[in-house]
Write a protein that binds this ligand. Sequence first.
Ligand code: KIV
Length: 291
Amino acid sequence: MTSPTTADSSTPGAAPGKALYGGTGSRRITVRDIAAAKGRGEKWPMLTAYDAMTASVFDEAGIPVLLVGDSMGNCHLGYESTVPVTMDEITLLSAAVVRGTKRALIVGDLPFGAYQEGAVQALRNATRLVKEAGVGAVKLEGGERSAHQIELLVQAGIPVMAHIGLTPQSVNAFGGYPVQGRGEEAAQQLLRDAKAVQDAGAFAVVLELVPAELAAEVTRILHIPTVGIGAGAECDAQVLVWTDMAGMTSGRVPRFVKRYADLREVLGGAAREFAEDVVGGAYPAEEHSFH
Ligand code: KIV
């Protein structure tokens, strides 16, 4: 393949033969590395991150792409949905995630209201995320409806990750978080959306809450990678909200989430033990004191 977006491992600037996850390269991952991974048929993981310290843990674990998602609304800022998240909030937390990492490609989400007015508004806000926070790419929701925005950002030199299927910023229109792309008409619309964002120049596309068979078809058709969340096993990459996958989220999590730890229990236990030590006089002990 000769297209610059499908650079193989011998292309200057591409990670030289290095896997996105498990590779030994230490420089920051770029969108060219992501394209090369699709060429190699390599699957890769993506997690959300909202602060420097957590991001540094994921960076050290080798996660190649971190998304400063507007899921920070629910998972970090205490809102009921992603809708209230602002550019100021995304910019502040994206900058922290960039500072906390050395290798991961950092993708900053454009929040609701930051690009719906049109391409010029999208460019203004995406430019802010790149300049003020230092992200390597931005993400925005919508397929055909967001193609103009994607085109202008890509022309301006800002890599764009698209997001189709269930787009949580439209929760009020969806009336919840239903699976998308079910039925012939909806499936055809999803395929049109996927092609539209690829044609507009997106370097990857998130497929959220889409039947596995449909996500597999999109993954076969597109030359850019698909990043699944509740979209089955055939996507090129998988993303989870970190607080869900690590067991920090309280209450019910979506069915597609796999919990890899129970941090809420671990952290709560540490807090209770500290409190009991203070109340009982066991902390601070002699070794924690100065004389
Ligand atoms: O904001 C977010 O975390 C996202 C992911 C769920 C893809 O958009």
